[in-house]
Design a protein around this ligand. Structure first.
Ligand code: DX5
Ligand code: ZN
Length: 219
């Protein structure tokens, strides 16, 4: 089985010490950088935008996994490719022509991800699953770090895994929101491949050790 991945969410970093926190991730057992971009319209919060991502990418040495919580994401696909995103995830709920959006992301040389809100049924991805490199199952309502994990997520992971296997797809399953040492193992057992962790990592006393601990739990 392919190894399971941890993607610390930079949203929970100390933005006044961003280079320090980026280096911490570089030197840790983490696999990816998870970057949350919010527009204050699709979600009721604004995070940070292109100039900040550009400076993160300058220092980051691992995969850049960008999660767009914005309406009409097609407008910015090329911009995020040029900034150095490796994976670009758009929200199912924000795309009128999801299939076209996925092709546009891949045409820019990135892997294409689709995020689904807690209310969105995984069966809606049945007809695009072979075009999706990564499905991000939101295990909180998007917009803020530090919320508590929605237990219904386990069911969704199992249902999505079944759709992926039945279609012989290579799609990875990412879980985003409220991930801790308490749910990490069960999420992997349900079929998840990548766990995003924001506050659990950055609010801990020793983020490097916390990432190491998560990796051990899911190994
Ligand atoms: C929420 C973001 C998440 C967030 C996760 O809208 O998409 O990536 O940073 O943070 P925690 O792990 O604190 O729930
Ligand atoms: Zn996210």
């Amino acid at each position: 089985m392919a190894s399971k991945l941890i993607a610390p969410s930079v949203l929970a970093a100390d933005f006044a010490n961003l280079q320090r926190d980026v280096e911490m991730i570089n030197n840790s057992d983490a696999d990816w950088f998870h970057i949350d971009i919010m527009d204050g319209v699709f979600v009721p919060n604004i995070s940070f935008g292109m100039p900040v991502l550009r400076d993160i990418v300058k220092h980051a040495t691992k995969t850049i996994d960008v999660h767009l919580m914005i309406i009409d994401p097609d407008r910015y696909i090329k911009t995020f490719a040029d900034l150095g995103s490796n994976i670009l995830t758009v929200h199912y709920e924000a795309c009128t022509h999801l299939h076209r959006t996925l092709q546009a992301i891949k045409a820019e040389g990135m892997q294409a991800g689709v995020a689904i809100n807690p209310h969105t049924n995984v069966s809606l991805l049945e007809d695009t699953i072979n075009d999706i490199d990564l499905v991000c199952i939101m295990s909180v309502n998007p917009g803020f770090g530090g919320q508590s994990f929605i237990e219904n997520t386990y069911k969704k992971v199992k249902q999505l895994k079944e759709i992926i296997d039945r279609n012989n797809a290579k799609t990875m399953i990412e879980i985003d929101g409220g991930v801790t040492d308490k749910n990490a193992k069960a999420l992997i057992e349900a079929g998840a491949d990548v766990l995003v962790a924001g506050s659990y990592v950055f609010k801990s006393e020793n983020p490097t050790a916390t990432i190491k601990g998560l990796k051990e739990i899911i190994a």
